[in-house]
Design a binder for this molecule. Structure first.
Ligand SMILES: Nc1ncnc2c1ncn2[C@@H]1O[C@H](COP(=O)(O)OP(=O)(O)O)[C@@H](O)[C@H]1O
Ligand SMILES: Cc1ncc(COP(=O)(O)O)c(N)n1
Ligand SMILES: [Mg+2]
Length: 567
């Protein structure tokens, strides 16, 4: 708030009221002969919306405090201890911030030897070195929000408060970590004075669990939601702008209930209690997630609600993870670990030769011959298809996802990748191996950011320019055609063998030829003699036939012979 320089009115009583979702307190400062009353906060990062009142007039004002260089990446600094088991502490904070898409820097206050059984050792970082880390980060990087976790000594608390006075930030989230859930002491009673007298009055929110709330208030009993409410009010009296008393460890409670108090109103935040042993690090994650949302510009209440929903979702997803042998395991912030199950995963990523005999399904043909998608796919892989693409233009989404899951199992049992045509959402929902997109479907670079680095992305290209672009955009292969006229795709320009050859020559990616290819012309296609051409893709040649597996075997024989001859 060094921005009061625009106040040129001398000898006036100025009343500045800045609309404030975060800060309810008003800070009064004296500049020259003016009394300026204001409260700070931002609705959007970098903007202060305020009302300036002078001599009965009221002027709404918005000050842009952003300095353009600094306003781009939301940034949380966590000041906390390291947990070698990586469920709590600095490691949880980094994961929570990354999952909430906020940059996180780290000042380490202690290194703990810790696992799912408990804390085996603590090594405190000397306070001068904590100060040095704080100075390194805060003097160089623009930090939006500071979040504190394990502060192992009074001197570390003091060093932190000094740094915060020297480098003010937009919000301070204090998780008053004192005792781990395993019962181990992470900060001794000497720290309490530092919390009460110095740190809490600077905090925008403090987030004790029930044990910590009890300790902060001199060991008051904490057995019920009404005890939590009373504690929230008393802790608020210690100076923080808001308080969240977390009830994860409340005895005999079928729901997970937290009490949020902003100095005026109480909010009882309730979620179902997830039945799991994997709750190590919930408190650290909660505080980091609140900090991350504040850094992005949320109001405090909304940040707390998002954080609670995030923890609940992550616990539910991770309820069966088996990491460590102790009573309390870590959870998965990225909701991704349990799908990495070796049996359902293909051992290799994409290989160009997977394109050799590429089967593309067609729902009309399956209807005509009275078969399900899964039956058609099974017959094609039995006959030797080396990759399958589900191209279901008129399927209902739910039916498509269900069928894709079944097809994925079938394909994987043969070591064959399964791709989905066009529908990134369906590919994500069934965890298919990848997608094939056309020039007017989802752009390849966006498909890549949605699907991640390991999925296969193919794109249809008719020209050398499109082939070059596919490479730049991060595709894995291109499909080029129609080589011959076809009924499967309306208004599809035929590029002929000449066009295919041009594309193959220009392509740094492997190519599969498509369009009107069958037993009679597959050999001519394979014989164009450009090394990037790896195979042929077919629809009617396999699926508009009585016996799919026989047709697949026959086509396999033809292209194998052609491949041998062109080697
Ligand atoms: N089993 C659970 N199911 C759902 N939410 C939980 C569970 N355990 C804890 N939480 C939530 O996780 C957050 C952290 O709370 P808590 O575990 O009490 O803190 P701490 O980890 O500091 O002891 C709170 O929002 C709490 O309600
Ligand atoms: C380094 C460190 N920081 C914080 C906690 C608290 O986490 P929890 O309350 O889930 O045990 C911890 N166990 N270790
Ligand atoms: Mg916990």
């Amino acid at each position: 708030m060094a921005n009061a320089h625009f106040l040129a009115f001398n000898h006036l009583h100025l009343h500045l009221q800045i609309s404030s979702p975060l800060v309810s307190k008003r800070v009064i400062k004296r500049f020259w002969n003016c009394d300026i009353e204001y409260s700070t906060n931002y609705q959007r990062p970098g903007f202060l919306n305020m009302k300036l009142q002078a001599n009965g007039a009221s002027i709404p004002t918005s000050i842009n405090t952003a300095d353009s260089q600094h306003n781009k990446t939301p940034h949380v600094l966590t000041v906390a201890g390291s947990d070698s088991g990586a469920g709590a502490g600095i490691q949880a904070d980094l994961k929570a911030c990354a999952a909430r898409r906020v940059y996180c820097s780290t000042v380490i206050t202690a290194v703990t030897a810790q696992n799912t059984l408990g804390v085996q050792g603590v090594n405190i970082v000397p306070e001068e070195f904590v100060a040095q880390q704080l100075n390194s980060v805060l003097s160089d990087m623009h930090v939006d929000v500071v979040k504190t976790g394990m502060l192992p000594s009074l001197s570390v608390v003091k060093v932190l408060c000094q740094s915060l006075r020297k480098f003010p930030v937009k919000a301070l989230v204090v998780d008053p970590v004192m005792i781990s859930t395993s019962g181990d002491i992470l900060a001794g009673p000497s720290v309490l004075a530092g919390f009460r007298e110095e740190l809490l009055p600077m905090a925008d929110i403090v987030t004790p669990n029930i044990k910590e709330a009890s300790v902060l208030l001199g060991d008051v009993p904490m057995n019920s939601v009404s005890d939590m409410r009373a504690a929230a009010k008393l802790i608020h009296d210690l100076g923080p702008r808001s308080v969240l008393v977390k009830g994860g460890d409340l005895p005999n409670s079928s729901d997970a209930i937290d009490i949020f108090f902003d100095g005026e109103n109480f909010y009882e935040l309730r979620s179902r209690r997830v039945n799991t042993r994997n709750t190590h690090g919930t408190g650290c994650t909660m505080a980091s997630c609140i900090a991350a949302e504040l850094a992005k510009g949320s109001s405090m209440l909304s940040a707390v609600k998002i954080a609670k929903r995030f923890v609940e979702t992550a616990l539910d997803y991770s309820k069966d993870l088996a990491i460590g042998n102790g009573v309390q395991g870590p959870f998965d912030h990225f909701l991704a670990l349990k799908n990495i199950n070796q049996s359902s995963c293909r051992s290799d990523r994409f290989k160009p030769n997977d394109l050799f005999l590429y089967a593309v399904t067609d729902s009309r043909m399956n209807r005509k011959w009275g078969r399900s998608i899964a039956e058609a796919v099974k017959a094609a892989v039995e006959g030797g298809a080396t990759i399958v693409q589900l191209r279901e233009k008129d399927a209902e989404t739910k039916d498509f996802v269900d069928a894709a899951k079944v097809c994925l199992k079938i394909c994987h049992s043969y070591g064959v990748p399964l791709l989905i045509n066009d529908r990134i959402d369906v590919a994500l929902a069934c965890d298919a191996d990848g997608v094939h997109v056309g020039q007017s479907d989802m752009p390849v670079h966006l498909a890549r950011s949605l699907l991640g680095p390991e999925k296969i992305i193919g794109v249809s290209c008719k020209t050398p320019e499109q082939a070059q672009q596919a490479w730049v955009d991060g595709a894995d292969y291109i499909g080029s055609g129609g080589v011959y006229p076809t009924n499967t795709k309306e208004n599809n320009r035929t590029i002929g063998l000449g066009g295919l050859k041009e594309v193959c020559k220009a392509s740094k990616l492997p190519v599969v030829a498509i369009g009107g290819i069958g037993l009679s012309n597959a050999r001519a296609v394979m014989e164009i003699g450009v090394p990037s051409l790896k195979g042929v893709a077919v629809v009617s040649t396999l699926f508009d036939r009585e016996c799919i597996s026989t047709e697949t075997r026959n086509l396999h024989a033809v292209i194998s012979e052609a491949a041998l001859l062109t080697q």
